[in-house]
Ligand binder design. Sequence first.
Ligand code: C2E
Ligand code: MG
Ligand code: MG
Ligand code: MG
Length: 282
Amino acid sequence: EETHRQPFPSCCIAAPVERSVQLQELLARPLALAIEQEQLELAFQPIIELESGRVIAAEVLCRWDDPVLGRQSPADFIDVAEATAQISSLGRWVMERAFEALHRWDLAGLQLGRICVNVSPLQVQDPTWSSDLLMALERHQLTPDRIVLELTEGSILEMSTHVADQLRDLRRQGFALAMDDFGTGYSGLQRLTELPFSEVKIDRSLISAIDYDQLQQAMLSAVIRLSDATGIMVVVEGVERSRQRQMLLTLGCRHGQGYQLSAPLSERELEALLQSQITPEA
Ligand code: C2E
Ligand code: MG
Ligand code: MG
Ligand code: MG
């Protein structure tokens, strides 16, 4: 009984399929309850202009600390939410709370340009998703250019034409579209042309050794050249050392996210950070 309630240590679980089935059995009901009772939380990780150190945007990351099971990784519970069709309600809640926060910061005069929200194609599949998105935007007096919709490279591989059409439509309406975790899949640069992406987030595995590995440097240079030529903004994820940051600047990379720049923050912490970077007038 007691061990059954513990999250499975991943080392005990051999096959990925089996692991996901077990996770699903363990987490599905507690997750449903957490969504229903609004026990999830949001963290906001600043995206930084490397040259100046200014916060230009923040990525919204879902957090779940279950009273019985403890803190769960989004990598696990997002999977479960997708497998059990709870991703729609989870995603709707995240969107609502994130927009609400951005609106509050606007009213407080804090200058956060944009928020980046992770989106699963399964959400987009939901026939009411995009109208809900537009209504939430209006309710919080925001415009589409304030919102970045992040889709992982992996999820794009399996995307239906219906979902792709919805995303193209939202892009036309002014939403930003980011390809997340770029470089983790098998898809390559060509995938960038299949949807009208306005930005690309380079996965941390591609810059893990950027401060000393010449192959990583050459690859990133190529991606930056391509992105500059096509007007796509590049954000590098997983900047953990100041030497990486220096090399990124040298290579012409302008925006980054990672523990060296800032960990994911609570709403309060981000507010304090934004407050501190407001330049006093006159
Ligand atoms: P992601 O969208 O690629 O988000 C970045 C992840 O990298 C976050 O993990 C963040 O905490 C972590 N990270 C940030 N800086 C560093 C660093 O310097 N080093 C390392 N090693 N990691 C860093 P997190 O919060 O555990 O989220 C994992 C994934 O779960 C996210 O990856 C995203 O794909 C998904 N996710 C999180 N929240 C949501 C959500 O609300 N909806 C959906 N659909 N997916 C979400
Ligand atoms: Mg993301
Ligand atoms: Mg990512
Ligand atoms: Mg990721």
